[in-house]
Design a protein around this ligand. Structure first.
Ligand SMILES: Cc1cc2nc3c(=O)[nH]c(=O)nc-3n(C[C@H](O)[C@H](O)[C@H](O)COP(=O)(O)O)c2cc1C
Length: 369
């Protein structure tokens, strides 16, 4: 029997998405574009979209992420504009006090009842947050997740209890009330791939995201997420893989596309992405595999990207899902209009042949095309 997975789209809320190149396909980082992508994803049968939180534009001539959307407000508008698809929004727990996000999420649940997810992040790039004064110098990597533990347990109490008085290490409430309560508990996700991040996800979330590809090192990391959840007696925690795809009709065309992106690499930008992590005083504790950047300055695309024809990628995605025991995947594509259509129509339906199935490109396809 085929393994059924959920599939989501990692929304291009920042200019140029995840390709650090002058030759990146049109990805303006504007709301109009993100709305079009989300409507397309809903029509093609994707289960969810995830809107990441980006704070800083990068140096270099490609002006990577120099335009980017705020995640929660974007998600509100996307929920209003759609009917079925789940919208996951992102919040840095180190930036917002818990009550602010708890209130925003209950409001999102009024806009799209039962369709709201929350991606909880602690921030790994120093530069991403420090340039607008949002980096908390006093917190180590471990402290950030300790803060996260307290943060999310307080949010859950505000969502479920009538009156909450809390005096903790980081936060306080005094007979705090919050209404409306969410109609269903929002899906909670985290993408920390370090042992501490995985522990946070297992203890507090429904889904742990990991960067995924069919390289053994990524398969092992995904399996580790599941085994940590089991060790912590949380076997219900699901694991989803973030997969960056460079798809085309043939393997040769896909390879040529990768070379085209690399030919226009913005190495100042690649350096700046790295500098963002390196300047984090706790960088040694941040999972290396989750750093979405190439190995050297000639790589416009992260090393984890999978490059190939629709058929090769269908086989490789299915193998990764089965080997790594993933319950879902979240995709990045170069051209979020053209490539999203192509993979929905030509790649995802092929998963069936390789032992995996999803809703993408099946009964919903007619509506989208
Ligand atoms: C699917 C996915 C989504 C992520 N979204 C964000 C985000 O929106 N903002 C952010 O600062 N970091 C984001 N990250 C990075 C992680 O939150 C985390 O900082 C990183 O994986 C390092 O993990 P660690 O803290 O366990 O070392 C994301 C990672 C993945 C795989």
């Amino acid at each position: 029997m085929n393994k059924k997975i959920e599939v989501g789209v990692f929304l291009p809320v920042g200019k140029n998405g995840w390709i650090h190149s002058m030759n990146t396909p049109y990805t303006p980082g504007t709301f109009d574009h993100v709305l079009e992508v989300t409507k397309k994803a809903e029509a093609w049968g994707y289960d969810f979209v995830l809107s990441p939180a980006i704070w800083r534009g990068l140096r270099g001539p490609s002006e990577h992420w120099m335009v980017s959307l705020e995640s929660v407000t974007t998600s509100a508008a996307l929920l209003q504009a759609t009917e079925r698809i789940k919208v996951m929004t992102t919040a840095h727990m180190t930036v917002y006090p818990p009550a602010t996000i708890a209130k925003m999420i209950t409001t999102l649940d009024q806009i799209g009842p039962g369709r709201v997810g929350l991606n909880l992040v602690t921030g790994a790039s120093y530069l991403d947050l420090s340039h607008v004064g949002l980096w908390k110098e006093e917190l180590s990597h471990g402290d950030r997740y300790r803060l996260g533990d307290e943060w999310i347990s307080l949010v859950k109490r505000l969502w479920t209890e009538p009156v909450v008085t809390h005096k903790g290490e980081f936060f306080e409430t005094n007979e705090g009330t919050m209404g409306p309560k969410p109609s269903v508990m929002p899906t909670l996700v985290n993408a920390g791939s370090s042992p501490r991040g995985l522990k946070f996800a297992a203890e507090n979330c429904d889904i742990a995201f990991v960067v995924a590809s069919d390289e053994p090192i990524y398969i092992e990391s995904a399996k580790r997420a599941k085994s940590i959840a089991k060790e912590l007696n949380k076997p219900a925690v699901r694991t989803f893989g973030l997969m960056q795809l460079v798809p085309a009709e043939t393997d040769e065309e896909a390879q040529a596309l990768l070379e085209h992106f690399n030919a226009g690499v913005d190495s100042i930008c690649v350096d700046d992405v790295r500098a963002g992590y390196q300047q984090n005083p706790s960088n040694k504790d941040v999972s290396e595999l989750s750093k979405v950047v190439g190995d050297d300055e000639s790589d416009a695309v992260p090393d984890s990207a999978m490059v190939g024809s629709y058929e090769s990628l269908a086989r490789r995605i299915a193998n990764t899902v089965l080997e790594a025991d993933l319950d879902g995947v979240l995709i990045i594509v170069p051209d979020y209009i053209k490539d999203l259509d192509a993979v929905s129509q030509k790649l995802f339906p092929l998963l069936e042949q390789f032992g995996v199935s999803s809703n993408v490109g099946t009964e919903f396809a007619v509506a989208a095309s």
